[in-house]
Write a protein that binds this ligand. Structure first.
Ligand SMILES: [Zn+2]
Length: 329
């Protein structure tokens, strides 16, 4: 990712804040515990003094090993654990309280960026924070097949709307379950309001909560970003490298932006380059396959058709159904 220095600093400041907060919580916990169980303070002192004297003995050659020390420490730690449990505290109550246990709020694991750092970069560069609110609402648990008719049969597939929705739901679940282990791409298409965006939100929600790095754009925002980069190289936003390399890229509502030769070529670049790099992509569109192919060129469409799982959703507009139900409630 292409961060400016001030952007890097602002992320690192957040890590300092987290570390300070973690330390404060740990100290508060310690004070609380010591006032309830003074014995825990004594235990810590015993451990410290036993360790010091063991070290001194080792250095003076009075002692050969640390076996007895290890036994003492394990006995004392056990006593400490039991006291905490008696008070109804979790066993790690006195441990440091990290926001991210993987990097312990440093942002780095060794010399590589932790996934929490990558998320912070994406939030900063692409103002993606808005998505968290939507995603809390749109979850697999909230997905309902009731909005899809089990009597209306779709001619081309011979399946009911509900069967097709179930297939889409299963494909989305599979996508999440096999994420990182097998390389998959999804192409969700169908009329407005049949649940395509909802399903892509479900996937994003699930993968974000598993600490994966998900870049989510409406097609309008995506092409605006790409145009910004192409026309003003000194701009402070992200380079296409982020878009080409994100762990998962979701392009929502393709076909609602103004199509022109720039858009067409950029979409091919995204689709093609991400396939070459084996980086998964999800695209949703209101366009039919035929319209899609003529709007974005046949070569883009053939890359998609050959490498994406094509999933069609049909039904009545769910937003309208909800509004209608709301009026009669
Ligand atoms: Zn982290």
């Amino acid at each position: 990712m292409t961060l400016q220095n001030y952007q890097f600093d602002s992320i690192m400041r957040e890590y300092s804040r987290r570390q300070a907060r973690g330390l404060r919580i740990q100290q508060e916990h310690r004070q609380e515990i010591l006032s309830r169980f003074p014995r825990i303070g004594q235990i810590d002192q015993e451990i410290a003094s036993k360790s010091t004297s063991c070290l001194r003995d080792l250095l003076q050659g009075k002692r050969k090993g640390t076996d007895t020390l290890r036994e003492d420490i394990s006995r004392l730690s056990q006593e400490k654990k039991e006291l905490l449990a008696q008070g109804g505290y979790p066993a790690d109550y006195l441990e440091p309280a990290y926001t991210c246990p993987y990097c312990q709020d440093t942002g780095f694991i060794g010399s590589s960026k932790c996934s929490c750092f990558q998320k912070a970069e994406i939030t900063l560069l692409y103002s993606q924070s808005h998505i968290n609110a939507i995603l809390d609402r749109d979850t697999f648990e909230a997905f309902s097949l009731d909005y899809y008719s089990d009597t209306v049969i779709h001619e081309a597939t011979g399946q009911s709307e509900r069967q097709m929705a179930r297939r889409a739901y299963d494909a989305a679940r599979n996508f999440v379950n096999s994420f990182g282990r097998s390389f998959n791409n999804l192409f969700l298409y169908g009329d407005t309001g049949v649940g395509k965006t909802f399903l892509s939100h479900c996937i994003a929600h699930e993968l974000l909560s598993q600490a994966h790095c998900v870049l989510y754009f409406s097609s309008h925002d995506l092409f605006e970003q790409l145009a910004g980069y192409a026309f003003a190289r000194e701009q402070t936003g992200g380079a296409p490298e982020d878009i080409l390399d994100a762990e998962l890229l979701i392009i929502d509502d393709l076909g609602t932006e103004l199509t022109n030769s720039f858009v067409t070529s950029q979409l091919f670049l995204c689709v093609n380059e991400r396939l070459n790099r084996s980086k998964p992509t999800i695209i949703s569109t209101n366009l039919s396959l035929k319209d899609f192919s003529s709007a974005y060129s046949e070569r883009t469409f053939s890359r998609i058709a050959g490498n994406y799982q094509m999933i069609k959703l049909v039904g009545k507009d769910i937003r309208l159904q909800k509004r209608f139900a709301g009026n009669h409630a």
